[in-house]
Design a protein around this ligand. Structure first.
Ligand SMILES: [Zn+2]
Length: 440
């Protein structure tokens, strides 16, 4: 398919100025989340843009999801363009939200400055550059192959940065992925890198109890913070060494995340602390409650029930061995690890596209944290999903975030080749039944 691919590469190269303008336009809409600014505006922009190349758009508001309000409505857009005959549906999913600006910028975070090969701005790499690359890929593919089979979808979804409940989770729950066969999420992993999935998350709050008394006579009360300190000591002595021994076969990056980890998110006891500092003096009390929030990241080899049991066994051990120890534990959030097989059709098509475009084999990675793939895998029940897109992951959420135009061009070329492989006639002849979708 040398000639076809050359035509596609040329069509993408011709769109270089368009790619730059599109990326700048997207950056100039400050879709900061929280609270969720301008979702409607960016959906309308994408709708107008994609309408020109024959896409029909559906606007979906995630009514009643966290943060959704009349002031900050959670608007999502799915744009769809059918080919000339039946075939697979390839879906590109990008989140439209960006995180807050933060300090330390030397560029206008919403200016979209072009300097050499770089376009600067909040969201440039995470992930408006990836969104722009997928739009250019689809438009170039349609120009070169107007006679394709199946359908192409491009979605712009809300709230990924805050868990995706008003975005992909909502769409998956409403059945918007049931007809989709292949999903690419253009998160900034690098143009020669295929991200197969992510580790799991278990967040919980642990609370210990004591008895209030005067601070000059602590023996009359029972200090909840000392009980919680005993929990921390058990974690240091038993849990952390056990976690460090658990290694995964998942190709997680960075290397340090290739084992189980746990962060203590917060630790608090005693009187509530006001913002800033005390004006007066705190009252001398023995605290009767203390809390910590743990953020446990686990591996595909681990079962969520074992992850929880490891913690509760330590707590139950303290209940037996430590005088007056009482606790509660409350789950805050859970995400099951997910990993797509390298032989899944979308992963193989992307690997072939990378080999043809970059001249070497892809790097396969797994993300240490989660992203919207969790909702597609669990709620949408679609395993044929990867993250693939331009950009340098370490720049995400940082000051002077940027995306390289050349990286966007290369990854747009790879995405165009993915469409060639999945949607051209030889893969989906009109008379043949639709190939089975990989689901679990
Ligand atoms: Zn992102």
């Amino acid at each position: 398919m040398g000639d076809m691919s050359d035509a596609l590469t040329a069509a993408i190269a011709r769109r270089r100025d368009d790619l730059i303008t599109l990326t700048q336009d997207l950056i100039r809409m400050p879709t900061i989340n929280p609270p969720g600014h301008r979702y409607g505006e960016i959906c309308e922009y994408l709708d107008r843009r994609l309408h020109r190349s024959g896409f029909a758009s559906e606007y979906i508001r995630a009514y009643g999801t966290p943060g959704d309000s009349e002031k900050y409505p959670r608007w999502n857009l799915i744009a769809r363009r059918h080919g000339t005959r039946p075939g697979d549906c390839v879906h590109f999913n990008s989140h439209t939200d960006v995180v807050e600006v933060g300090r330390g910028w030397t560029r206008d975070p919403f200016g979209g400055d072009l300097d050499g090969d770089r376009i600067y701005g909040r969201g440039a790499c995470d992930m408006k550059g990836g969104l722009a690359a997928s739009v250019i890929a689809a438009e170039a593919f349609i120009e070169v192959h107007p006679d394709y089979a199946g359908s192409i979808e491009i979605s712009g979804t809300a709230d990924e940065e805050t868990g995706g409940f008003g975005g992909v989770a909502y769409l998956a729950g409403q059945g918007h992925f049931t007809h989709v066969d292949h999903v690419l999420i253009p998160e900034p992993l690098g143009e020669d890198c295929i991200c197969l999935g992510h580790r799991g998350v278990w967040w919980a709050e642990i609370e210990t109890y004591g008895e209030i008394a005067h601070g000059s006579m602590p023996f009359l009360g029972d200090c909840a913070i000392r009980h919680l300190g005993a929990v921390l000591q058990e974690f240091e002595d038993k849990l952390y060494p056990a976690l460090a021994r658990k290694r995964t076969d998942m190709p997680v990056i960075p290397e340090g995340a290739r084992k189980s980890t746990m962060n203590i998110n917060s630790f608090h006891g005693g009187e509530p602390e006001p913002e800033g500092r005390f004006d007066g003096l705190p009252a001398p009390n023995v605290p009767d409650r203390a809390r910590m929030v743990i953020d446990r990241r686990f591996l595909i080899e681990e079962d969520i029930r074992d992850v929880k049991r490891e913690i509760t066994e330590i707590l139950d051990g303290l209940t037996q061995n430590r005088k007056n120890f009482r606790y509660d534990i409350r789950e805050i959030q859970r995400v099951i690890p997910t990993m797509t097989d390298k032989t899944a059709p979308v992963a193989e098509a992307t690997a072939a596209g990378i080999r043809a475009t970059c001249g070497h084999a892809p790097r396969y990675v797994v993300s240490p944290g989660t992203y919207d793939q969790k909702h597609i895998a669990r709620i949408g029940r679609l395993k044929n999903c990867i993250a693939y897109g331009p950009g340098i992951l370490e720049l995400a959420h940082r000051p002077d975030e940027y995306i390289e135009v050349s990286a966007m061009e290369r990854s747009a070329t790879v995405m165009g080749k993915v469409l060639e492989r999945l949607l051209l006639a030889r893969h989906a002849p009109a008379t043949a039944p639709k190939p089975p979708t990989v689901r679990q």
